[in-house]
Design a protein around this ligand. Structure first.
Ligand SMILES: [Zn+2]
Length: 582
């Protein structure tokens, strides 16, 4: 049960967790100087670029930028949220978290989770001896699978759940926000203000990565009535585009095989999973999204699309390919025999037949070639043009230059494209490069170095705030870090704790990078003076450029008096700068 963890317990968990011991359980570390290095657990590498700095309480990867303190490490490695990670570490350190918590102390989010959990046990309880249970049996779902996935049944009633929610001590509003009750229109208040969303359907709980239910999918028992599938709406805890059904069960199998198989529905998932092919996930109710692709990229590099063999499945396959390419994943495609879906295929041909289909999945280009009615050269010109156009578009989505190059070569080879076609694939040099003027780059580096200096020499923080203000920083993340430095007392705990001040992962990454790159050179006093004078220079040049703009405007508008005043101010400022520099 997640919930409120008292602040003193949080502190105890953090201070009792030795980051070196912790990470050493996952990564083989070698002592190098004061620090420890190893192969990064968050990206594939052959030479170690992952370091742990125990006396500062953080880790950092020079390769992929992964960084943080012990809690962040566990969050990322075990795919837990912050409170879950704290509980994980508490258990490891033998710290008991008092579970008695006053009800009103619970966060709104916790209440939503509880409502979904309450509904889950309601659905589960009503599965016994129900029409839903019989339906699962006719679909070949095993008792073990019913147990493992926590499947349930929503009775054929408008107020079955509604009548029981009093026991949960949660309000109907919470259940409604969690997508379990629906508010009646044209009714102001009263006991029948709400009705059950799921009625007479078998229920598939949709879970987050740590296995907590966050929503449901419900299927009718016979194909005649209403929409076949009904899913929970988007809620504060259920973001459809960021969840993959079953991933909490299959993530380790996916990691092991470095490959995920994507399937289209709940029944297909369960049927294939219980047949022993477990590195799978299901998309349901939505197309495959970039967020889902990024989620999978945490576990594997290759993704097999096992969609239904119909026109809709084909369209979904092509769309998913694009998304996978963009996430840096390698898409592979299985074509089921016409009219088949994975569930049917397993039932008819058995698990090993499906496994060999998956093992024989083809890459995107081969798949396109196989889908063509004829050899490329024999296609009508208009069809050829269309195909090249779509290949060019897919290639353009490949950010990695090497992958882009290999894709083109393969495309030319497979389709035996005419020489003129290859020119179409050439893309303009990436505009992203050099977008930042070198001067700005120098300044950002400089600001980072200064922050690193202050963190290593916190006794200069007070003095610094006398001469350098947060708005003197040009990089917003740096400004944020600088502001927080003022409130932070480094005597309290190590720098790993300072990282907790920044919920934004991007800022955390920048901060760790700053700390890692900080290297003492000259004595602190001399370094501080140098930093401070450089800051003044930057600040003055900011002011000068602002003045230049104002002068230009005054000139254009013919405001002579203002122009004179501004020009004088400009010259004064220039002189100040020269004096300071000299
Ligand atoms: Zn890394």
């Amino acid at each position: 049960m997640a919930g409120y963890i008292p602040e003193d317990i949080v502190e105890k968990i953090k201070s009792d967790t030795d980051i070196l011991d912790l990470i050493a359980e996952y990564v083989t570390l070698k002592k190098t100087g004061k620090d420890y290095t190893g192969l990064c657990p968050f990206h594939k590498e052959k030479t170690p670029s992952f370091i742990v700095v125990p006396d500062k309480g953080f880790y950092y990867c020079f390769g992929c930028g992964a960084s943080g303190n012990a809690v962040n490490f566990i969050m990322r490695h075990e795919n837990l949220d912050y409170p879950e990670a704290l509980r994980f570490l508490a258990k490891r350190a033998g710290i008991t978290i008092p579970e008695k918590v006053a009800f009103d102390q619970e966060s709104h989010t916790t209440k939503l989770y509880k409502a979904v959990e309450f509904a889950e046990s309601y659905f589960k309880k009503h599965l016994t001896n129900s029409a839903g249970y019989d339906y699962f049996k006719t679909r070949g779902v095993t008792t073990a699978a019913i147990e493992e996935f926590g499947l349930g049944y929503a009775p054929d009633s408008w107020d079955g759940l509604l009548k029981t929610i009093a026991k949960s001590k949660l309000t109907p509003e919470i259940f409604s926000e969690a997508g379990l009750l629906v508010r009646r229109e044209n009714q102001t208040a009263g006991p029948n203000e709400y009705y059950d969303k799921f009625r007479n359907r078998v229920i598939f709980p949709i879970r987050n990565l740590s296995g907590r239910p966050i929503g449901f999918g419900g299927r009718v028992l016979s194909d005649q009535e209403g929409p076949k599938y009904l899913n929970s709406p988007e809620t504060p805890i259920y973001h459809k585009g960021s969840v993959l059904f079953g991933l909490n069960h299959s993530k380790n199998f996916i990691r092991e095989r470095n490959q995920a198989v994507i399937i289209e529905g709940y029944f297909d998932f369960i049927s294939v999973y219980q047949a022993g092919i477990k590195n799978i996930v299901a998309v349901s109710g939505t197309g495959f999204t970039p967020n889902q692709a990024n989620l999978l990229a945490r576990f594997c590099e290759r993704v097999v699309l096992l969609y239904d063999a119909d026109a809709a499945g084909m369209r979904a396959t092509f769309r998913a390919v694009e998304v996978l390419f963009n996430a840096g994943l390698e898409p592979l495609i299985v074509r089921l025999p016409e009219g088949m879906d994975p569930d049917k295929y397993v039932r008819v041909n058995g698990a090993s037949a499906l496994r060999s289909l998956i093992d024989g999945a083809v890459n995107y280009l081969d798949f396109v070639a196989q889908s063509l009615p004829d050899k490329f050269a024999r296609l009508p010109i208009s069809r050829q043009e269309k195909l090249i156009e779509s290949l060019v578009q897919t290639a353009a989505g490949l950010d990695d230059d090497l992958k882009h190059e290999l894709f083109i070569r393969k495309a030319i080879e497979i389709f035996d494209l005419p020489p003129a076609a290859s020119a179409k694939f050439e893309r303009p040099k990436k505009r992203r490069v050099n977008l930042e003027p070198p001067e700005a780059f120098g300044r950002i580096r400089f600001e980072g170095a200064f922050l690193g200096f202050l963190i290593a020499n916190p006794n200069y923080i007070n003095e610094s705030f006398k001469v350098i203000q947060p708005e003197h920083f040009s990089e917003p993340a740096h400004m944020e870090i600088y502001k927080k430095l003022k409130e932070w007392s480094f005597q309290e705990t190590n720098i790993g704790g300072f990282l907790d001040k920044f919920p934004d992962e991007d800022i955390r990454r920048k901060l760790t990078e700053i700390i890692v790159r900080e290297s003492a050179g000259a004595p602190p006093e001399a370094r501080f003076d140098e930093f401070a004078s450089k800051f003044r220079e930057f600040h003055i040049s900011d002011q000068l450029s602002a003045l230049r703009q104002e002068i230009a405007r005054a000139e254009k508008e013919g405001q002579t008096e203002k122009l004179e005043r501004l020009t004088r101010a400009y010259r004064d400022l220039q002189n100040t700068a020269k004096r300071k520099a000299g």
